[in-house]
Design a protein around this ligand. Structure first.
Ligand SMILES: *Cc1c(COP(=O)(O)O)cnc(C)c1O
Length: 824
């Protein structure tokens, strides 16, 4: 519990007054509670004085349990340092709490690893728990138990740091001025994290600023301090007190060390991380509430600061369990309410879920759909308990799915019905009879209960992105036809194939005999491999931390810096493995890539690491679609040619060279080298004159008319009453909003949709899930299809009207929008 201490050391650490040494037994345990003494002889008991109790009263009791070391108040020293405790070492001090803290500080001082100290008003405990769970996957991590963050809680936390720990997380809470200094003196965090400043304990401080200034005292000796920059007061106070190089900021929009944007989908969120070096990574999480997302982002930044890789963090956060067990409630068919808890099945979780069910709006019947429990030794007991719970919570019908549950709970018939698997239940009449029920769906992953949720869920969302695979073929062959036969085509399927859905499109491209595919991230590539894609895949944004995943999935990373080259090289050398790589040359884009100055070092590394096979050398042009930049493009192409030549001299093989994107293919056909990288054109968007009218639309974003209303001239429409009806007429509400990716800047006539072939402009503000359009004069009925992007809509003009480009419109289509694929 504490690293071994001799009586002399103790006396010195706590500056004890007179102390006669009677027991030389070293101390390894610290106790402040006589009921919790486990190894009397090795324990030091510290007599704390609280408002309700006085530790000095329990000294005799401790002595009987074998305790031989006592820290007492100096006034009481004489009382105890006498014959009643002949073997005891009594240490008298001015302040016993301080002595406790000094011992804790000493234990902490032996720890050499990173120690993260957390302060702030909300979220400390959850951040600590989550970060602790995450770090523990990779390091031996000590952390404060529960929310032990007070003057007494912190010392107890610090005692739990042992010699084998590699990292520690300690939270610090204060309720009045002056407390943080004492905590800081013990904790001495090497990294600090400030969650936020809320109203807790306001009354004990003159002002929020004073409270904030008190809290940040925890960071006095921190090398780095993590905080959210969007909290302007926090940012100001930290900037005033700490040098900028010590501050690690994150924000969801403004300039910061990490930008972490949240994109919400129906049942999960994506957290997109941007760094100043333009590297990007997308984390996904099942958490969708604001507080969790804020806490999670603190966890991500802390983990990055502690040196975890993106992938390690993703792997870790996908396993985080909600500390407060959040269950999802969904509207079901026939006015059922669904409680979706389909991710695991264990007894503890079942009790929590049933408890939660109790708190839901009353419905006629409570139904529980439950799978087999994982095979356990105490199988019988578990099912007995389930049986009790079903009674206790008044479940009207139990639907048991699996062979074990059927056996063990057979006595619950006829209240219970059983099915051998999920499919059998979905096909049954029982499911059809659900009506106005409150349904808890809880099953182990292997039972795929999400299918049940899907079958029972209300499908209100009529928006789909239809992908025409024939159009894709057409566009592919159009570009193919513009190029000499020997030029290869790399098809860009990054960002889910520009929104269209990577796996299906990649599969189709494989049939069309594309030569290469390219994705943005290793995960995207791994997903393609799982879906059976065998083409070579270049990965634009892989890091050395992904090397295992790359090798495992035969993915080929782009290498754009000397540092990366060294890490990959050294790894493959020591692992004895070969890796195919692609060298990115920065010829003027100033984004990623080797610079001219890197050449000598690069060549040296190529020679040094023959395990790295250079599959290709490429550059990316920055102005291919605009003739005004032609001189610059030519200079880029020229520089690329000479740099790549230089790299290739002396290589015993010839890598593929490539430079052109969609616009470049048609505008600089003489510079195709060996391969081109075809992106947006494949999806039917022409980005220069030559392809105008030649391409076919691949994706059609469609929704439906939910309702039609008749309005008088001058009536206002939607939020903030921004839309004003220009004439008497009709509007239609369509089932698509900014959460689907229909940009809110399309509000108030900036955007339009097509209904029955006619343009209907947006009226009023685009809402989250709905938009109103003016259909005056257009024949429309409720339920009619609406084309949002597709044939007849100029995506360039539409994008331009809100200051963006078609690429962004396509890639912003939310993942909650169902993709369907067809051949026409
Ligand atoms: C996205 C991308 C492309 C494709 O660009 P398009 O304009 O869509 O054809 C080509 N090369 C690189 C490096 C890219 O990132």
């Amino acid at each position: 519990m504490i690293q071994k201490l001799s009586p002399d050391q103790i006396a010195k650490i706590i500056s004890a007054k007179s102390c006669e040494i009677r027991s030389n037994h070293p101390v390894s345990q610290v106790s402040i509670d006589s009921r919790k003494i486990f190894f009397g002889k090795e324990t030091i008991f510290i007599a704390l004085k609280g408002t309700h109790h006085d530790g000095h009263e329990f000294i005799e009791q401790c002595y009987e349990q074998g305790v031989r070391h006592f820290i007492v108040h100096e006034n009481k020293f004489a009382d105890f340092n006498d014959l009643a405790f002949p073997e005891a070492n009594i240490y008298g001090v001015k302040d016993t709490l301080l002595a406790l803290q000094q011992l804790a500080g000493w234990n902490r001082s032996l720890f050499r690893g990173p120690l993260l100290g957390i302060a702030g008003s909300n979220g400390k405990t959850i951040i600590k728990e989550w970060l602790g769970q995450l770090l523990s996957m990779y390091y031996q991590t000590a952390k404060s138990p529960k929310s032990f963050n007070s003057q007494i809680g912190v010392p107890l936390s610090l005692f739990s740091i042992a010699a084998y720990h590699q990292a520690a997380i300690i939270e610090a809470g204060i309720s009045e001025p002056g407390e943080m200094q004492a905590l800081e003196a013990m904790i001495k965090p090497s990294i600090g994290l400030l969650t936020n400043i809320g109203s807790a304990h306001d009354k004990n401080f003159h002002s929020r600023i004073q409270k904030l200034e008190e809290k940040i005292k925890l960071f006095t000796s921190c090398q780095l301090i993590i905080y959210r920059k969007d909290q302007t007061k926090v940012a100001e106070v930290l900037a005033k007190n700490f040098a900028p190089e010590r501050l690690v900021s994150w924000s969801d929009h403004s300039e910061a060390d990490y930008i972490l944007q949240v994109k919400k989908d129906v049942d999960r969120c994506r957290i997109i991380l941007f760094r100043p070096d333009l590297s990007m990574f997308t984390f996904t999480t099942p958490f969708t509430d604001e507080a969790s997302l804020e806490n999670l982002r603190h966890v991500i930044v802390a983990a990055l600061t502690l040196g975890l890789s993106f992938q390690q963090i993703q792997d870790g956060i996908s396993q985080l369990s909600p500390i407060d067990m959040r269950l999802t409630v969904k509207e079901g068919l026939r006015q059922c309410t669904l409680i979706d808890d389909t991710y695991n099945n264990d007894l503890g979780g079942l009790e929590v879920a049933l408890d939660f069910m109790e708190t839901q709006r009353q419905k006629k019947h409570r139904k529980l759909i439950l799978s087999d429990f994982p095979q356990l030794k105490n199988q019988k007991e578990v099912y007995q308990r389930v049986s009790q719970l079903v009674d206790h919570y008044g479940i009207d019908q139990l639907i048991g799915i699996g062979t074990n549950i059927q056996k063990e709970l057979a006595h619950l018939k006829p209240r219970a019905v059983f099915f051998k698997d999920t499919e059998e239940f979905i096909q049954s009449q029982v499911l059809q009879q659900f009506e106005q029920d409150l349904v808890l769906i809880k099953g182990g992953r292997s039972f795929a209960f999400e299918r049940i949720v899907h079958a029972l869920e209300e499908k209100v969302h009529g928006t789909v992105l239809e992908i025409n695979l024939n159009a894709l073929s057409h566009n592919f062959f159009f570009y193919r036809g513009q190029l000499p036969q020997h030029i290869k085509i790399m098809a860009m399927v990054k960002a889910a194939a520009y929104g269209g859905g990577a796996a299906e499109i990649a599969n189709h491209l494989q049939k069309l005999k594309a030569d290469y595919l390219s994705v943005a991230y290793p995960d995207e590539g791994a997903e393609l491999r799982r879906k059976g894609i065998t083409l070579p895949i270049m990965v634009l944004n892989a890091g050395p931390e992904n090397v295992e995943q790359l090798l495992l999935n035969e993915l080929e990373p782009v290498v754009y810096s000397v540092r990366m080259m060294e890490i990959y090289g050294a790894y493959c050398k020591s692992a004895g493995k070969k890796l195919n790589i692609h060298l990115d040359i920065d010829s003027g884009m100033r984004r990623l890539g080797f610079d001219y100055e890197d050449l000598d070092q690069l060549k040296k590394l190529i020679a040094e690491y023959p395990k790295l096979t250079i599959k290709s050398i490429f550059t990316h042009l920055s102005g291919t679609s605009d003739p005004n930049h032609d001189a610059f493009s030519h200079k880029q192409l020229g520089d690329f040619e000479s740099i790549s030549n230089e790299i290739m001299t002396g290589l015993p093989y010839s890598p593929i060279r490539h430079a052109l994107n969609t616009a470049g293919i048609l505008r600089f056909p003489d510079h195709a080298f060996d391969m081109v990288r075809l992106g947006i054109g494949l999806y039917g968007i022409s980005v220069e004159e030559k392809s105008l009218g030649q391409l076919r639309q691949v994706g059609t974003l469609k929704t439906t008319v939910s309702q039609i209303k008749r309005l008088k001239k001058g009536e206002s429409v939607g939020y903030d009453r921004k839309g004003i009806m220009p004439t008497d007429g009709q509007i239609a509400t369509i089932a698509l909003g900014y959460a689907d990716g229909f940009d809110r800047r399309f509000s108030n006539g900036n955007g339009y949709v097509l209904i029955n072939g006619q343009k209907a402009p947006v009226i009023g503000n685009v809402c989250m899930d709905m938009t109103m359009v003016n259909i005056t004069g257009i024949p429309v009925k409720e339920g009619d299809p609406v084309v949002v992007y597709g044939e007849g809509i100029d995506l360039h003009k539409l994008a331009e009207s809100i200051g963006t480009i078609p690429y962004e419109l396509l890639t912003n289509i939310s993942s909650r929008v169902k993709r369907t694929y067809y051949l026409d």
